[in-house]
Ligand binder design. Sequence first.
Ligand code: ADP
Ligand code: MG
Length: 348
Amino acid sequence: MPAVIQIDGLRKTFTGVRRGRRVALDGFDMLVEPGQVHGFLGPNGSGKTTTLRTLLGLVQADSGRMALFGEPAPQRLPAVVGRLGAIVESPQFFGNFSGRRTLRLLAVAGGVPPARVDEVLEQVGLRDRADERVKGYSLGMKQRLAVASALLKRPELLILDEPANGLDPAGIREMRDLMRGLAAAGVTVLVSSHILAEIQQICDHVTIISRGRRVAAGPVDAVLAGFDHREFRIRVADQTRAAEIIASAGLPVTTHADHLVVADLDDPARLSQALGEQGVWLRELTPLTPDLESVFLELTDTRPRPGVPRQVDDSVRPDRPADESQITLGADDGLQITVSADDERAQP
Ligand SMILES: Nc1ncnc2c1ncn2[C@@H]1O[C@H](COP(=O)(O)OP(=O)(O)O)[C@@H](O)[C@H]1O
Ligand SMILES: [Mg+2]
């Protein structure tokens, strides 16, 4: 079976009259196989939305190769667009229509039976508010409506760009359950996020992007294991003496306010023996297994530095400050996509 999404060496530089050149994608690669719940993780401005917009033919790449269900994208997009649903950036709807009317119109446009509208309304939890006007919806309700529109066609692939934005904790959990349910039903899900917990909780695979490049990819467990430095946190009564003993046993040790961290430790017995022989007794010995958050901070170089507020473009090297105006592209084929205005339009 071909990969659901394959991206090789994707490059995109935005050139604007006001902003100069900005490299958004710098040779980016991605592989999403059927059945995966694939997390697309990266800090703000790292190139996630640009990747998804390029994949969907909303932005033209400078170079690189992309395929959806084995068909070259964007050239063969019309052949596969019926098999995918996508929400890229904050969805926009006509405020005077109700949620139900919005979905009915999209269903008609996409050749979907009207009965499907009630199913998706139920699925995203909007059943009881479906007849109210969209302009009275909260951000989270609009987000749900967007997901409902993407589900109308029973897509094999669902692409969600930062779906947790604007949702309350219950909404985030429901979105998570929804994604799990879809995955269980065999839908491949690609979900972008800058929020670690989200990815770690629902995704089995992950691609991490930083400054327009893939910096890690694979099963979440494997990516994490690659960052396991076999570290242990220890607490003892006399830290200074313990640090000396550990260092002379040839183990890397770092001193913190109330504990030590020992790295490269294959067998903790070695440590307790070295300390015990010198009359120093362990009060705590805890393995420090890496979580996605620390891996993410390490890989994307966005670890907070005390006293130095990190600027949003620290991860992309700024030319000029960003200022994005929003436009909505058409919803043909029932595919609702909202994108930012492309700088290239402004070019002479
Ligand atoms: N239409 C555009 N014109 C100019 N620069 C853009 C445009 N869209 C995105 N960029 C820039 O490309 C970089 C990547 O942006 P984006 O893909 O939106 O990041 P993410 O979705 O990961 O937060 C950012 O520096 C952003 O300012
Ligand atoms: Mg984005």
